[in-house]
Every structure is written in C-alpha cells, then in structure tokens.
Design a protein around this ligand. Structure first.
Ligand SMILES: [Zn+2]
Length: 258
C-alpha cells in the first residue's frame, strides 16, 4: 500500500511545485498559488514528504481514506453495493413463464362474432396486444376461444366477461358507449386489449382449477386480484396512461384489502 501511495505522491509532485527554502521550510505552489498546509512538508530519508490530502484537494482530486481496509482512494470509488432498482419490481406473472416455454407457432387468433365495426375494433385490440405485450398476447390466444358482442348471463355490471367455454363477451352497452365517446380509438383498442388480458387470466384460472366454481381454497377476491394485477400490468405496458393505471390499481387494492 505504501508503495502505491509513493507512486501517486510522485505523480502529484510533478503537478505541484515544492519550492525549497532554508531550514527545511518548504512552500508548495499549486498552479502558482502557495498552499496553506496544516502539516508542513518535511524531509525523511532524503524524501520530501508533503501532505497528500491538502495537495490532492487543491488540485481537485477526489480523495477518500478507508481506515478499515487501509485503502486510500484517489479518484477511485470504493466498491459500491449495487442499489436495488427504484422502479416497481416486476410481478412474476404467469405470462412471463409462458414466454419462456412457448412459441407463437400453434396459436391462432380467436374468431370474432359481431358487427363489422366490432370485428375491426377487436382485431385492432389484438394487434396492439401482439405488438406491445407479446406475453399477454399469448395468454389471450391460449385461453380465449371466441370473442363476441352481447350480454353475459350475470347480474353484475361488467364491460367484458368470460364463460367456461373460453368465450369472452364484450358488453353491448359498454361497447356502444366506447365507440360513441370522444375517446381516442387507439386508446379504446388498448383498453379492450387490457380487458382481454383480465378475462384470459380468469380462463387460465379456470383451466388450472383455481376458479371459484371449482370450490378451491381461493376466494373470489383472490381470483379477481390476480386478474386485475394482470390487467394492471397490461395497462402499464400498453401505455394507457397514469390515470388508467391509477384506476386499475384501485381495483387491485379493492380485492387486496378483503
Ligand atoms: Zn374479473
């Protein structure tokens, strides 16, 4: 260690000038300016020892001494522990696993049942899903067998629902409201894409025996929590905007609290 320090010192001494004066009284000029030293330079065994930190700092050199390791860092950073990423951690959803093991080869887009404008709308939704969130796209293609416009046989208010044969039904009223709204058409297609992810997740739960219908240990809230998490992720990835993300996260929390 000492040897290294000497080398650095010598380098520094070239940059700074030590002016020899009588009776071992030395003046250090840094860029022509005399340096005030708390510890005066002195001669030991024929070497002029100078206060390293004072000179280094005057030259704008970064210096740090670690007494626990006896390492002097000169324009060097002590090894930093890697910081944890600040952004939200990726949630290990099934979609990522699918991506590892499956390819697109045997996946077909589901038939779309409804008026032409609906078919076009859903085709756009699938297209944007394919381009922006390929993993989720595969999930949708794997579990959604049909997409149609109509009314699901349920009392609850919904924009889309899935029935046990894998048919996703988009609510006619919701759909009409969307296409007659002033909302950007591409945004609406992305919104429908995120909804498809939600419904495909339910279908996946069904296939895996997690569905509430199967009478497993999972509650209806567990089931919805998973579906909304998937939809939340899709909302983020599709770039539906902060407002939509906030709205979706509300649904996640709603089922998380119970
Ligand atoms: Zn749901």
């Amino acid at each position: 260690m000492k040897r290294k320090l000497t080398i650095v010192l010598m380098t520094l001494m070239i940059m700074a000038t030590v002016v020899y004066a009588a009776q071992e009284d030395y003046t250090i000029l840094v860029n022509g300016t005399p340096l005030k030293c708390n510890i005066p330079p002195r001669v030991v065994n024929g070497y002029i020892l100078v206060p390293f930190r004072t000179i280094a700092e005057a030259l704008g050199v970064d210096i740090h001494y670690d007494s626990s390791t006896n390492i002097i860092y000169v324009n060097s950073k002590p090894e930093e522990k890697p910081e944890l990423p600040q952004e939200q951690p990726e949630l290990p959803l099934f979609a990522e696993l699918v991506n590892r093991y499956w390819t697109e080869t045997d996946l077909e887009t589901p038939p779309i049942d409804g008026p032409d404008d609906f078919k076009k709308f859903i085709t756009e939704a699938l297209e944007v899903l394919k381009n922006k969130t390929p993993n989720e796209y595969r999930i949708v293609l794997s579990y959604v067998k049909n997409i149609k416009l109509g009314k699901a046989d349920t009392e609850e208010r919904y924009d889309a629902a899935v029935v046990s044969d894998g048919t996703v039904i988009f609510n006619t009223d919701s759909y009409n409201m969307w296409i007659n709204s002033r909302c950007d058409k591409e945004w609406l297609a992305k919104n429908a894409a995120a909804l498809l992810v939600h419904e495909a997740t339910h279908m996946q739960q069904n296939v895996c025996g997690m569905s509430i219908v199967g009478g497993t240990q999972f509650t209806k809230d567990d089931i919805e929590l998973m579906a909304y998490l998937a939809q939340y992720r899709a909302t983020q990835k599709l770039g539906l905007g902060k407002e939509a993300e906030k709205e979706m996260w509300k649904h996640v929390e709603e089922h998380l609290k119970k």
